[in-house]
Design a protein. Sequence first.
Length: 202
Amino acid sequence: MVNNDLAVWRYDTSGKLDPYFGIGGVATFDSGEMNYGQGIALDHLHNILVTGYINVNSNGNLVVWRFTKTGSLDVTFGGNGLVTYDGGHFDGGYGAMEDSSYGVLASGMTNNGTNEDMLLLRYNQDGSTDEAFGSGGRVAFDSGRSDYGYALIPGPADSILVAGSSMLIMNNDMVIWKFGSSGATDESFGSGGRAVYAGGYD
């Protein structure tokens, strides 16, 4: 069966593929299914975090891969270099980051059967789910529209900022959510922990 492999390229400072990374500058992953990488970040050891999804029976599972700086899957993460999240419908990852406690966070979306919720996940350094974060390692936001978390960065006092969108039919609003380090919504930010820009189509 023909499928898509995840690929990560590394270039040196001159813009040439790094021959010491992966094979000829390219690291790949083949699950036997369709693999998509949509976000990338570095951790404190210069490992590479990639988030995206694997399409399984037309249903996407969110994935976080961790590659070493030489392009090999880091088997100390999740036992085989990756962790997956299956919410029962389609789940996809867009953003990744490491926090100050070396936890791995991924933002994206999860389909609740009606629409898409913004999704934020936290894993421990070894890839195990951080059960103390949010509800069982998971935070979801449902506005009743389609909500997506595309990117995330650390904020002040170990807070987490997620940037994304909320969409109703063809009308997109830009959204920034703010969470505490435990995954709790920061109610002091914007309105109910989120700031929204409604410019018509954002």
